[in-house]
Ligand binder design. Structure first.
Ligand code: DGJ
Length: 730
């Protein structure tokens, strides 16, 4: 299905997935332009696009400039749009002039890659535009490699400065109007979906925090303003990167729009010395014509088939102690919680912050990664073993990228943090950021994590990151002579913005390779590092520190636009504005966890929780691996539902936060079913008593007449229900 067709005569390349085609053309002056991105075309049709009249792009003085259609518009020549690539050459020359020198189609294990190789007309820079299509995914993946080619005759010590190196620009087709969807938010309010008219000019989303960020997430969807959850064409772009980033959508008065995205943020430069290479992270594009829901499902499929390290593995129900004990972590208290958690059916017990060094609160201890001797006089082993004896796996919280000034590590290595000479070292949450770009810091982190995991048989790391970068300097690599005296090139301290993230990835990858049973949760003060880059080496994401059942609905709704439910960690806690069943039903829409103080739960709450955990285990394969459909009104506001379909298994989680004046809707129309198959209901009570209620009905009936829901919700506020259906053999 995934194919790359080449017509060298007409200089056209056609990349196709199961449903989509993406057509590239080299214009006469070697500019690479996107001719098409949309529903799959035949190769003949796609190639024919190159010779058609009516080509809207022109280089006339006041026409619509060609660069809006370019795959990687450079800073240079007759271009006035947003550059995707900006480089300064020796002598301050800033205008790139690229010529196409070759195209290569490479067979890969899961698909095909197209490399279009360009080189600057004069300076020693090679630019390769990589494209990939993979089986089982509808995403078109693109990235760029820059190389200082150091040709004969060129002075060997002259570096190039890269100011912007996006992974690719995506042209949107001519539409009567443009609307974008994206998420914004804040700590404890991540992933709030906004859907607005794309303004004229430039709209930039991004992060300068050092991580993906709570305030925006690196993706955008664009439609013509009429798409719905179920219908309409939608074009979407996402960047697989966990450091700072920038995504710019430009909309031209002349009627076209394009999106360019890449790592790094304004002002950050990359020094490219002779022989150096810079590879950008992937940017991916997904097109769909089944509304926002279909595009989300395509992203979820992509994450499952091409991103996650263990996509087929069921995520366990975890218990995490953070909301119960805070920093007050000690062996006896954790064990008491572990017994209660095991009794509820938890499969993984995670000790959160507070177990190490002098970490009695958030002012001290980060960096001193050994068990606190007062709290764990015999180390962590006794607790880890006891947890395993209770039948659960053992997990632990770490924050490897941080240090408190009040720590042995900082006293020993004050130079390890991000800092500039003559400047403050501003703390946030009492901590400073370790410069993970440094090799010694990276090795130190790997060593203690490797030992910690190996010595205790740790199955799960909650890898946290609780503050943004500031005073992000690396004096040894700052401009000037070779101050470190280590032969390292000077003047490239900005690389820390990129290399920090790369080394976080590298440490995670090495840990996983050393400990194949280890699983990792990505956390950054809640959901500050949730993206397709981190998901290639983690198994789930801590979605938000906000565990209020109601608030979680909009957070989870935004999260689900790109990321699948199988990585969305969701706990039931003591944030008790909503009833226990409602909180469970919200958390059961992802990877269920429990974070309440079980010592204070009443016996009937424990019984109810035990039943719901059991019920979750029956439905979780559909939730974690199924196709997700978002149904009904805006989650958290009106009556809404999330439906999952995995083969013949159908799960519907239904929510009505407030009883409206007037009757509750009587039915909910389901989606994604086989119209001719018959479905029967399984286990109608929240506890899952296995009782079937009504007689089987067809998928057609459920999708067009709907599933009766009024009786399931009753009349009060915070009503929720779980419905499970099974397709009967035909
Ligand atoms: C932020 C995380 O999001 C919380 O779940 C918790 O682990 C705290 N950090 C611990 O400091």
């Amino acid at each position: 299905m995934a194919s790359v067709a080449v017509d060298r005569k007409r200089r056209v390349w056609v990349l196709s997935t199961g449903t989509t085609s993406y057509v590239v053309h080299a214009a006469a002056d070697d500019r690479l332009v996107q001719l098409y991105w949309g529903a799959r075309l035949s190769t003949a049709d796609a190639v024919g696009l190159a010779g058609r009249s009516g080509e809207p792009f022109t280089t006339a003085p006041y026409g619509l400039p060609l660069d809006v259609a370019e795959l990687l518009p450079v800073d240079g020549g007759l271009r006035w749009g947003v550059p995707s690539l900006q480089v300064t050459f020796p002598g301050g020359v800033r205008s790139l002039e690229l010529v196409l020198i070759s195209d290569d189609v490479v067979e890969e294990e899961h698909g095909r890659r197209l490399d279009l190789v360009l080189t600057d007309r004069h300076f020693p820079l090679r630019v390769v535009l990589h494209h990939r299509v993979s089986e089982g995914s509808d995403a078109i993946e693109r990235w760029v490699t820059l190389r200082h080619t150091d040709p004969a005759g060129w002075p060997h010590d002259v570096a190039l400065t890269v100011h912007r190196a996006d992974s690719g620009s995506w042209l949107l087709p001519e539409l009567p109007d443009y609307r974008y969807s994206a998420v914004w938010g804040a700590w404890a309010a991540e992933s709030q979906l906004r859907r607005e008219r794309l303004p004229g000019g430039e709209l930039t989303l991004g992060s300068r925090h050092g991580i993906t960020g709570h305030h925006a997430n690196p993706w955008i969807m664009v439609d013509d303003g009429t798409a719905t959850e179920e219908r309409g064409e939608v074009w979407s772009v996402a960047l697989a990167w966990s450091g700072t980033w920038r995504l710019t959508a430009q909309r031209r008065f002349e009627g076209r729009a394009a999106v360019t995205a890449g790592f790094g943020h304004d002002g950050v430069t990359w020094r490219l010395g002779p022989g150096d290479e810079l590879t950008t992270p992937p940017v991916l594009g997904v097109y769909g014509d089944g509304g926002f829901g279909a595009v989300s499902r395509a992203w979820h499929r992509h994450a499952r088939t091409r991103v996650l390290p263990r996509p087929g593995e069921v995520r366990p129900v975890l218990y995490n102690s953070w909301e119960a004990t805070g920093f007050d972590v000690a062996e006896a208290g954790q064990l008491e919680l572990a017994r209660k958690a095991a009794d509820l059916g938890a499969e993984l017990f995670v000790v959160d912050d507070g177990w190490f060094g002098g970490r009695l609160d958030d002012t001290a201890g980060l960096g001193d990664w050994w068990p606190n001797p007062d709290r764990f006089p015999n180390g962590l082993r006794p607790l880890a073993d006891a947890v395993r004896t209770l039948g659960m796996a053992f997990g632990i919280w770490v924050e490897p990228e941080m240090v408190n000034p009040e720590s042995d590590l900082y006293r020993e290595h004050p130079e390890w943090v991000l800092h500039h000479p003559h400047r403050h070292r501003d703390t946030l949450r009492g901590q400073l950021v370790l410069n993970f770009a440094r090799e010694d810091v990276r090795e130190w982190a790997f060593d203690w994590l490797d030992r910690l995991v190996g010595d205790h048989g740790i199955s799960f790391l909650k890898w946290d990151m609780n503050r943004a970068f500031a005073q992000a300097g690396w004096p040894e690599r700052a401009a000037g002579p070779d101050t470190a005296g280590d032969g390292a090139r000077d003047g490239d301290q900005d690389r820390l913005w990129i290399d920090h993230t790369r080394n976080v990835y590298a440490v995670m990858d090495r840990l996983r390779a050393h400990h194949p049973a280890l699983r990792i949760e990505s956390c950054a003060g809640g959901g500050g590092r949730a993206d397709l880059g981190i998901l290639a080496r983690t198994d789930e994401v801590w979605t938000s520190d906000n565990t209020d059942g109601h608030h979680r609905q909009s957070i989870q709704h935004g999260f689900s636009q790109i990321l699948p439910a199988g990585v969305m960690a969701a706990w039931v806690t003591d944030a008790a504005r909503t009833p226990l069943a409602y909180r469970f039903h919200v958390a059961m829409a992802g990877v269920l966890g429990i974070g309440g103080d079980l010592r204070a739960w009443a016996p009937e709450q424990l019984t109810q929780a035990r039943g719901l955990v059991g019920r979750y285990k029956e439905i979780r394969a559909a939730v974690q691996f199924g196709e997700q459909h978002r149904l009904g009104a805006e989650p958290g506001r009106g009556l809404s539902a999330v439906q999952y379909v995995q083969g013949g298994d159908v799960v519907v989680l239904l929510y009505r936060p407030h009883a409206d004046l007037g009757p509750t809707p009587g039915v909910l129309r389901l989606a994604g079913l086989d119209p001719d198959a018959r479905y029967e209901e399984v286990g109608t009570s929240p506890e899952g008593d296995g009782a079937a209620s009504a007689s089987p009905v067809t998928g057609r009936l459920l999708m067009h007449a709907g599933l009766p829901i009024r009786d399931r919700l009753g009349s009060g506020d915070w009503a929720s229900a779980l419905v499970r259906l099974r397709r009967l053999p035909q």
